[in-house]
Design a protein around this ligand. Structure first.
Ligand code: NAD
Length: 358
């Protein structure tokens, strides 16, 4: 017997933020990053709330470190809010999840509603039981995995992603594709996760370049925002794979954005998982069949499994090129001699990563 349930209520489309008007209770704690305050996006949220009920914790940085979680836990225990809102990209949402998790454990706090409002279209963190926290001293990114990390509510308002710059659209968009493909070829995939992963992957292949090209293309940005959430729903059940296992370990040691790291690895991981032997045209894996199915759905199939996989890899590289993304880690600013020093630790860390162990 298998089970598929969705704990998080998802509000989306026009006026989705109006859900916030319903919030009762005395205290609202908002976890966010400094850009959200400067750009007025925090104001958009507090505009639906009574401002004197809100405490803003806006110290989040990309790839949030352990120390910041401890700082946030202390603040939450001090304020004892009824509601915790995460506003931002995956970094703000993951920071909020970890704060929520640890403050519940040690703070003897009343039940809090946890609401995630993503402002990037990438991680799907608003619907996953993962939170990625960085131990800067050890150079490791830890994916915490626990059902208690799942937000109660996710609000998808595509107007919040209009300001996302091109480089972040590219990085986060490729993160969505990586989530969708890793969920789709996972040994834990089922008919329901496949439906979500297929829709998410095909949407990225159709809309990411449009979303990258123009921030005025609301339709493309909205499609990508929904796809990010769908891919999150899929990989929350299936877990991820070798792509993310390596990416977490590169990301812990070098300062490269998460989605960009995934994008560099993705064509190699697809080829590795497909395992097509040049000398035997019939030799390929189940993963290859599934990659080819995605290519077929996206209209780049090519008639057989081998052609489908090759076309998918070609399409990924073409998108990287169109979005001026690096093809290798050297072009991400990692010095080859630094990489040499860390490569064994990256490999060992990847083998121990929760994405391939769960
Ligand atoms: P991010 O949250 O680190 O944000 C990247 C940059 O974009 C930041 O400078 C931020 O200020 C800016 N930004 C965010 N929203 C913006 C907006 N609307 N307009 C303009 N700028 C905006 O990036 P991310 O890719 O969303 O998240 C990456 C983090 O999420 C990594 O730590 C990664 O490991 C983690 N992650 C978590 C999960 C999960 O399931 N929990 C899955 C994948 C990745």
């Amino acid at each position: 017997m298998e089970e598929f349930g969705i704990k998080t209520s998802i509000y989306f489309g026009k006026n989705a933020l109006e859900y916030l008007k319903k919030l009762q209770g005395a205290g609202i704690f908002i976890v966010t990053d400094p850009f959200m305050v400067e750009s007025g996006l925090v104001e958009r949220i507090t505009g639906y709330l009574e401002k004197d009920r809100c405490t803003i914790f806006s110290n989040v940085v990309p790839d949030p470190p352990l120390e910041l979680v401890i700082e946030g836990v202390k603040e939450v225990i001090k304020h004892r809010p009824d509601t915790l809102i995460a506003l931002g990209g995956g970094s703000a949402i993951d920071e909020a999840k970890a704060i929520m998790h640890f403050s519940r454990q040690i703070g003897n706090l009343p039940d809090m509603e946890f609401i995630a409002v993503p402002t990037t279209s990438g991680t799907g963190s608003e619907v996953t039981s993962f939170a990625v926290i960085t131990d800067r001293e050890k150079g490791i990114k830890y994916p915490l995995v626990d059902q208690s990390l799942l937000p109660d509510t996710a609000i998808l308002d595509a107007s919040l992603v209009k300001s996302v710059p091109k480089t972040v659209v590219a990085d986060t968009g490729m993160d969505v594709l990586t989530h969708a493909l890793e969920a789709y070829v996972s040994i834990k995939a089922n008919a329901f996760t496949d439906a979500l992963a297929e829709k998410a992957a095909v949407t990225v292949l159709r809309y990411l370049i449009r979303s990258y090209t123009s921030q005025e293309d609301f339709r493309a940005r909205e499609e990508m925002h929904n796809a990010s959430c769908m891919a999150g729903l899929a990989f929350d059940r299936t877990s991820l794979g070798v792509n993310h296992a390596i990416a977490h370990n590169i990301g812990g040691k070098f300062k490269v954005p998460h989605g960009r790291t995934n994008a560099v690895l993705l064509p190699y991981v697809v080829e590795f998982n497909a395992d097509m032997k040049e000398f035997n045209p019939r030799a390929y894996t189940r993963a290859a069949e599934k990659y080819a199915a995605i290519a077929q759905l996206a209209g780049i199939g090519g008639g057989n499994v081998r052609a489908g996989v090759k076309n998918l890899v070609r399409e990924i590289r073409k998108m990287q090129e169109q979005m001026k993304m690096p093809f290798g880690f050297k072009d991400c600013g990692i010095l080859p001699e630094e990489y040499q020093k860390q490569k064994d630790a990256v490999a060992q860390g990847a083998l121990a990563d929760a994405c391939i162990r769960t």
